[in-house]
Design a binder for this molecule. Structure first.
Ligand code: ZN
Length: 84
């Protein structure tokens, strides 16, 4: 079998395995709720901060609230560009 065919088969196999892993439930975390339900305690804010690690501050109220809770509790230093 030519090397190109072997390489093509390997690439297809990786794509298929990746696609299946994305579909199979149980591996991924449940989707976080993005509306803020705060006020959070600093510990709650830390959990929310981690759950919303893929979110953007400007479009996720939960992340926004968690961020400022962590700043106010001294666990995080606010970025100079951050807006309350
Ligand atoms: Zn979010």
């Amino acid at each position: 079998m030519p090397a190109e065919q072997v390489l093509l088969i390997m690439v297809v196999a990786i794509v298929v395995v990746t696609a299946i892993a994305a579909i199979v439930p149980g591996k991924s975390r449940p989707a976080p709720i993005h509306s803020a339900v705060g006020p959070y305690t600093p510990d709650e804010a830390h959990v929310v901060w981690q759950e919303h690690a893929d979110c953007v501050m400007n479009s996720c109220p939960a992340l926004h609230t968690a961020y400022w809770t962590l700043v106010d509790s001294g666990k995080l230093v606010a970025d100079a560009r951050a807006v309350r």
